[in-house]
Design a binder for this molecule. Structure first.
Ligand SMILES: Nc1ncnc2c1ncn2[C@@H]1O[C@H](COP(=O)(O)OP(=O)(O)OP(=O)(O)O)[C@@H](O)[C@H]1O
Ligand SMILES: [Mg+2]
Length: 268
């Protein structure tokens, strides 16, 4: 649930303005729901995109703050794609990140969209990136540890953004692409980046066979044994079904349904 800029304690706002100069205008981001605050701010020194989250308690980060710490940790390694992180403020139980603001629109993943070629280029680049040491302990397969006896077929050393949804791929008027929202970054088998994309392709109007055809353009997909993809497809749909017990938000219901639709198609 998003909070308002005015929910930030004065002390935190003062610490931010030490970096930015006086803030004149704040515009909340229209999409996204993880960080407590995500907004564009106009300050004396220019325009920035600010994400902030409140700790669960003085001793405990909580999930939103942990996500922001990962965004901060990975930023210098992916600066070719991610808006640059300029500063971090930690004050009175809040963590605040100040990024470059990019003027760009969300990507369109519908069948036939030219943005799919942009997405493919980004994925090709990521598939060739080895996860930096900061991700040594952030192994993607652990998310599904409880769902199967052996999740090692999902493990690997590739850098995974792991949340390439259309609102996280920003395309500027000149065609420059920016990838935001690195909260779920991890290391794992390269095909997982593609597998995580399949539900987003379904939600954008592809059918399961079409979505699988699209991801099959990447060498990591065709080089992966079908059993490993089957395993992912099953544990992913099963985990989402379990998630729904605690989260009935419309987006979660929709994502779980897409995961199940893919599993029904693939596993019969
Ligand atoms: N640096 C940026 N410059 C301009 N707009 C941005 C920037 N970063 C993010 N946005 C916009 O704000 C939206 C939300 O940002 P982001 O996805 O990082 O937040 P989030 O809280 O992690 O959301 P989510 O629910 O997707 O996890 C993005 O979809 C994009 O439209
Ligand atoms: Mg996002």
């Amino acid at each position: 649930m998003r909070n308002d800029w005015s929910d930030l304690p004065d002390v935190a706002r003062a610490a931010i303005e030490e970096h930015t100069g006086p803030i004149r205008r704040v515009e909340p981001a229209s999409t996204g729901n993880h960080a407590d605050i995500a907004c564009t701010v106009d300050a004396a020194d220019g325009r920035l995109f600010i994400k902030a989250a409140r700790k669960s308690s003085p001793e405990q980060d909580g999930p939103e703050v942990r996500s922001l710490r990962w965004e901060a940790a990975i930023n210098p390694h992916v600066i070719e794609y991610a808006p640059r992180l300029h500063w971090t403020v930690e004050a009175v139980g809040w963590l605040v990140l100040g990024f470059d603001h990019v003027q760009a629109r969300h990507a369109d993943f519908t069948p036939g969209s030219p943005d799919l070629a942009v997405l493919a280029k980004v994925i090709d680049a990521f598939q060739n990136m080895t996860a930096p040491d900061v991700l040594a302990g952030k192994r993607i397969e652990r998310r599904w540890d409880a769902m199967a006896e052996d999740v090692t077929p999902l493990a690997g050393a590739t850098l995974l953004h792991a949340d390439l949804n259309p609102a996280n791929l920003l395309i500027s008027e000149t065609g420059r692409v920016h990838v935001v929202d690195w909260a779920f970054v991890a290391r794992g088998a390269p095909f997982i980046e593609l597998a995580l994309l399949v539900p987003w392709l379904l939600k954008a109007g592809h059918d399961p066979a079409g979505a699988e055809h699209w991801v099959a353009r990447f060498p990591s997909w065709t080089a992966t044994g079908p059993a490993a993809i089957d395993l992912f497809c099953r544990v992913f749909a099963d985990k989402w079904a379990i998630n729904l017990r605690g989260n009935r938000a419309a987006w979660a219901v929709e994502h779980a349904a897409a995961a199940r639709r893919w599993a029904d198609h693939r596993l019969g």
